[in-house]
Structures are given as C-alpha cells and as structure tokens.
Design a protein around this ligand. Structure first.
Ligand code: ASP
Length: 438
C-alpha cells in the first residue's frame, strides 16, 4: 500500500500544526510520499508566507526595501524550526535565498521558496528524504506539465528513496527555470505525484472535514459529503463550490486513484472520498442529493417568435450573435416558439443594448425579454438518474416555501438538476434544498 499525502498551508502554519501532521503520517506506515504547501495563516489576521513572498517581489519591482518582510518570513520558519527541535542549517538556506531576491530573479522562483523551505523542515522532522520538485516535475516549453517525463522521473526516485517530502506548487522548465502553477497549485503537485507512483490513494489534508454538502456560509454546519464521483465534483465546482484546484483531479482521475479530502485538525474524521464510481453497497449509504452549489447574478434572455420551430437555423443565428460578442452561454432552455439563453450577467455589462440590437437584426423576433438578477443552483447527485420522484420532491419543497422557479434544466447524464431563481431567494432556496437532502 502506498499513499501520497498533500498538506495545505493551514496544516503547516506553525510548529503545533507540524506536530499534528507528524502524528497523521506516523499513524499509517503507507503514508510515504508527502507534498507540502508553504506556511498558511495561523489565525484570521495572519498572512500566508506565499503572500509575503509576492509582497517581497512587489517591493523589489518598485525598488522598495523589503528587509522587514524577509525578517517576517524568516521568523515564521524559525518558529517551526524551534518548536520541532530541528538541527539543519536554516540560516544557510536564508543566506542563499536573500541575495537572489532581486530584479533578475523570476517571480516564480521567489514565491516557490515558501514550499521549498517548508519541505526541508518537514523532511527533517519526519526523518524522510527531501526531494526537490525541480528534480522531477517537468514543464514543457508551452507551460504545460510533461506528464510522461515527470512520472518517469519520480518513479525512478522512489525506487531508491522510499519515504520523501516534496515541495508543492512548482516544477522546472526545459531551460532549467523554476515555474509555479497558479495559486493553490500544491494540490496539483500532489495529484501528479500520486499518478506518477501509481499510489493506492491520494489524501489531500486541509482544515475542514471534507467537502460540505453546501457552502457553510449559506447553511450553518452543513454535513460533509461522504462519497462523491469525479463527475459530480466537476458539476459542484463549476457552480461555485470551492474544493480543489481545478486541474487537480485530472491525473488521479485518469489513473483511477481514490482521492480523500481529510481534516488535519480531526484526523479520525472520515472526510470525503472522491472516485470515478462507487460499488452498489457503498452507494446505498449515500443520500440522494450529493451536494448543492450555486451562483448569483445571471441573466436570462428569452427570444420568442411564432412558428420558430419551422425556421431552420434560427437558434444557430442567435448563438452566432453571442459568439460574436464573446459571451459564454451557460444554458439554452427552450419551448416551441421561444428559447432562452442563460449567461452570467458580468458578460453583458455595458453591451446589453448592442447585443439586443444584433439579435433583432439577425432574428427579427416577435419579442426579446431579459430577466436579470437570477441565481443558478445545481442539485447534484448520481442517484438522480435511477430514482423516480426526486424532481417532484424538489419542486414541491420549493413551491411550499413560495420560491418561484424561473428556469429548470436537467443535464443529459442526469446527475444534476439546475434551477434558476431570483437572486433574493438564493440563500433560502439553498437552505430548503439542503433540508430536503438530509
Ligand atoms: N502556497 C501556494 C499558494 O498559497 C500554493 C499552495 O498553497 O497550494 O497559493
């Protein structure tokens, strides 16, 4: 059994959290490959080390003195170092990094030092070997990860080093420069490492007990999701659930590696398991709604024309207008003599009149109506497919609570139902659906 673990910044913010991480790793001998982020916030007013490094870089750019920031960064690592009783020459690391903080050094190199130093400390603390991501995580010239080369390199390293700590967030370009992912990218490093070594499991440790059924800002203390498929997760995150870095799931999904989201502060909580599919027994335990997510501020543009269904190419001409204005379309609910185009309102800002006039020219419709301030809410669940009557329950519950449904859509794969309601009903709708799901 081989498990790859990634710890987020809040799990690595202080000596105390380092200790929790050590306990977690020592509780299971298959936890052999550990990916770390840079130290995160210790409390709500604190700063992440990565943010401090970006700030240093901004000071360098504008010729401002950044010594106080570098001192603060040093202090963060020193505190961990002292708490954990480490022995390595940390000052030497700072002495190597400091002179590189200048205009000639890339931003990516500067901000990557957050993960680099944390991995060095964690490796010593665990008694694991440190493997720099520049030794195995290769990017192509086009900025994309060279998966084959990276997989080969890490699996070769693991043959000789069986327990390692690896810094997340960055890798190396073909010309030898450090390159980072976008923010939050250590999740991706972990997923690539898991895929490279064909891990039995990828555990992503964070500060919550898994992915919640709904956003905790909308419903108090929501239940965590136990099992979710990759397809469901994609639907939930597209509609606003903030879970993992977008690119994370791809390498583990491709290799069918189970992905767990776990809580560093509650190591025995089950967390959320993400897989391609679940066997029947496991599935029986799941609720019929896996999760609910949603976003506000959409517009529904409804175009009506009598006998529209006889006019070939009518919808295409409308879509061409949106294409010309580079407006991405979310949904196209339709009836016989009308159809609607649902788009995020931000894409219409200051252009509404131009778009409507282009639609009038292209389509000569009987009417065009626009409804703004619409929220889209996705009710996601793989069980929606097989169970009769769920949609009925959903609409009854919303009706009983006086919530007017402005739009309904069901995806072809039947794992989601999307409803549109007025923005003022957003929170209430989510709450009603959450109560129904439990
Ligand atoms: N430290 C980086 C960030 O704050 C990467 C990560 O934490 O995943 O974005």
């Amino acid at each position: 059994m081989l498990k790859v673990l990634k710890f987020g910044g809040s799990s690595l913010a202080s000596g105390e959290t380092f200790e929790k991480v050590k306990n977690i790793i020592e509780a299971d001998s298959s936890r052999r490959i550990v990916i770390v982020s840079a130290p995160g916030k210790r409390h709500s007013k604190d700063m992440k080390v990565t943010d401090l490094l970006y700030l240093c870089q901004a000071h360098i750019k504008y010729n401002a003195n950044f010594d106080h920031l570098f001192e603060e960064i040093k202090g963060r690592y020193k505190a961990i170092y002292d708490y954990c009783g480490l022995k390595q020459d940390l000052d030497k690391e700072f002495e190597e990094i400091y002179p590189k903080l200048n205009k000639k050094t890339s931003v990516d190199y500067i901000v990557s030092r957050g993960e680099y130093l944390n991995a060095k400390l964690m490796a010593e603390y665990l008694g694991y070997e440190f493997v720099d991501s520049t030794e195995w995580l290769y990017f192509n010239f086009n900025g994309k990860v060279d998966f084959e080369k990276s997989y080969e390199a890490l699996s070769a390293i693991i043959e000789t080093k069986s327990r390692v700590v690896i810094p997340g967030f960055y890798g190396i370009t073909p010309d030898g420069a450090v390159k980072t992912f976008s923010r939050g990218g250590s999740d991706i490093t972990g997923a690539i490492a898991a895929a490279a070594v064909n891990a039995d499991m990828y555990e992503n440790w964070t500060d919550v007990s898994g992915i919640m059924t709904v956003d905790p800002r909308l419903v108090e203390n929501p239940r965590p999701i136990e099992n979710v498929t990759f397809a469901e997760l994609r639907e939930l995150s597209y509609m606003g659930a903030e879970v993992l870095h977008e690119e994370t799931v791809f390498p583990v999904r491709q290799k069918n590696i189970p992905l767990y989201i776990k809580n560093t502060n509650d190591m025995n909580a089950r967390g959320t398991l993400i897989m391609e599919s679940f066997d029947e027994e496991e599935d029986k335990k799941s609720h019929f709604i896996t999760g609910i997510s949603g976003k506000k501020n959409y517009s529904i543009i409804t175009i009506a024309k009598n006998r529209m269904n006889d006019e070939i190419g009518y919808v295409r001409r409308a879509l061409e207008v949106f294409e010309r204005f580079q407006v991405p379309i979310e949904h196209i609910p339709s009836s016989i003599d009308s159809f609607s185009v649902v788009v995020a309102s931000t894409h219409l800002e200051n252009r509404m009149h131009e778009i409507i006039s282009a639609l009038n020219t292209a389509l000569a419709p009987d009417s065009i109506n626009i409804a703004n301030e619409i929220s889209l809410i996705a009710i996601v669940g793989r069980k929606l497919q097989a169970n009769v009557g769920i949609a009925g329950k959903i609409f009854t519950a919303l009706g009983d609570n006086d919530i007017n449904i402005r739009m309904i859509e069901q995806g072809a794969d039947e794992i989601n139902i999307i409803i549109g309601v007025d923005d003022i009903n957003f929170k209430k709708t989510i709450k009603v659906l959450y109560d129904l799901a439990n």
